[in-house]
Design a protein around this ligand. Structure first.
Ligand code: NDP
Ligand code: 2IT
Length: 449
């Protein structure tokens, strides 16, 4: 639509683009949400009077800072660190840290914005935030990563706290990085608090947190297929990525009777039509978590096809779980998936499908679940880790897993409650509206600021 304002959505977006020029990922995330919620805003005087939508797209605050550190050769390096504290209406800011050369303020604003909605959907008392750095941990020694994390936390320490802002992992930030970050926080404050989640279980971490995003994604998918009077058993599943989310999604999907036929990394994709069973997955865990190697080694080890630079979306499959990164599945990929028989798509990554791809799925009537709903298992168990830390106790793996299942079921059902028309659920609209109403009501109650 035109810039001169033929619709409320486009007017709103024009104004946002003018004020935040160049922040394309952020615009993309906001556009998807605003398209869903504009009718609710139009119908609700309290939201319009309090300018909820205008306030919701403006982060509470953003800090950005220099991170200077030294390599093993004693060379000085400089990166940029950020924390976007997006919206605190429902609780302390909560969301991961990403270390990746492609990190920009726009990327972290999109992730922080999405996190506000995701965290609202969990039903837990969590605000939304995100942070990270353009630092690339690839090829760096453990000592270099430690020095980087120490430098990063030396500034971040003044902005976070167990009741204020609780970071966790994301791309490039796993248990190794969380350990170094926590150690530096403890060293600087001389306090042992639940200021980060994703800690090792031996010193305050929750059991099942490493598995939670991937497992939760599969629990969500299981619930959705049940609603379609179908099940997971026998489904061929295409997964992208081979990191934290992808690995545990593959593990749970296989356990529940699926055949996982692809995994990938930023270099290429492997296709294993026989399925990546539990034994083969242990190889991938060792490859990725211990040796930090490339997925191509899987193809050599198991004599399957590897395609350099390719994505998984051209194989025959029933279910697609994009678990790598934003915009990894575009309109052409979506058409390929439809052609190859996909009947269900759930996002493990944040915003992995482009707007064009989402439109293809919508037009073809393929259910498509946005990450803010289907990948919320990770932050949910982070929320449970915060509760365990506050109570100074730890729950068993079974207890956490049961709670995770319940939370994913509730998130699924919230999407249905707000997104179902004529018996068909639009998960994108349902997730956006359910989350928006929860955050907007809290903002109205708390006054204008
Ligand atoms: P990891 O760093 O553990 O793994 C990321 C995986 O995605 C790797 O296999 C990586 O390949 C691949 N990847 C990253 N960028 C690209 C790219 N540009 N093109 C192709 N492949 C790429 O991260 P996570 O598994 O934690 O995160 C994956 C996604 O899930 C992200 O979108 C994250 O925001 C989201 N997420 C994570 C949660 C968590 O709890 N960790 C919770 C909810 C969502 P390579 O090894 O080559 O870099
Ligand atoms: O995108 C996400 O939800 C995460 N990276 C996890 C956030 C968290 O605080 O556990």
């Amino acid at each position: 639509m035109s810039r001169n304002g033929s619709s409320d959505v486009e007017n709103f977006m024009d104004n946002l683009r003018d004020r935040t020029s160049g922040e394309e990922e952020f615009h993309q995330a906001v556009h998807e949400v605003v398209e869903s919620i504009m009718p609710v805003v139009r119908d609700t005087k309290a939201y319009r009077d309090a300018a909820i939508l205008e306030r919701l797209v403006e982060p509470d605050r953003i800090v950005s800072f220099r991170v200077a550190w030294t390599t093993d050769k004693n060379e000085t390096r400089v990166n940029r660190g950020y924390r976007v504290q997006f919206n605190g209406a429902l609780g302390p800011y909560k969301g991961g840290l990403r270390f990746r050369p492609t990190v920009t303020q726009s990327v972290l604003k999109f992730l922080g914005f999405e996190q506000v909605f995701k965290n609202a959907l969990t039903g837990l008392p969590l605000g939304g935030g995100k942070g990270g750095s353009d630092f690339d941990p690839k090829g760096r020694s453990d000592d270099e990563v430690m020095r980087f994390c120490q430098a990063f936390m030396t500034e971040l320490v003044r902005h976070i706290g167990a009741d204020r802002d609780v970071p966790a992992g994301d791309i490039g930030v796993g248990s190794r990085e969380i350990g170094y970050l926590f150690g530096q926080h403890r060293r600087l404050t001389a306090e042992f608090t639940g200021v980060l989640t994703g800690k090792a279980p031996g010193w305050g971490g929750s059991l099942i947190r490493p598995e939670a995003t991937g497992y939760g994604l599969v629990y969500f998918t299981e619930r959705a297929l049940e609603k379609l009077e179908d099940g997971l058993k026998g489904k061929r599943v295409a997964i992208s990525g081979s990191g934290n989310v992808a690995m545990y999604a593959a593990e749970k999907a296989t356990e529940l009777g699926c055949k996982v036929v692809t995994m990938s990394d930023s270099s290429g994709v492997i296709h294993d039509p026989d399925g990546i069973d539990a034994d083969k997955l242990s190889f991938i865990k060792d490859l990725k978590l211990e040796r930090r190697g490339r997925i191509s080694e899987y193809a050599e080890r198991y004599d399957v096809e590897y395609r350099e630079g390719a994505k998984p979306w051209s194989v025959e499959c029933d279910v697609a779980l994009p678990c790598a990164t934003q915009n990894e599945l575009d309109g052409e990929d979506a058409k390929e998936l439809v052609k190859n028989g996909v009947m269900f798509v759930a996002e493990g990554a944040n915003m992995p499908t482009t707007a064009d791809a989402a439109k293809v799925f919508r037009d073809k009537g393929i259910p498509h679940c946005p990450g803010k709903a289907s990948n919320a298992g990770g932050v949910s168990v982070s929320g449970l880790e915060m509760t365990q830390n506050a109570q100074r106790l730890s729950w068993s793996a079974e207890e956490v897993d049961e709670k995770l299942k319940g939370i994913m079921r509730d998130i699924h059902d919230r999407c249905c409650a707000h997104g179902t028309e004529d018996g068909k659920t639009d998960y994108v609209r349902g997730a956006n509206i359910a989350a928006f109403v929860k955050v907007a009501d809290a903002m109205v109650d708390q006054g204008v600021f």
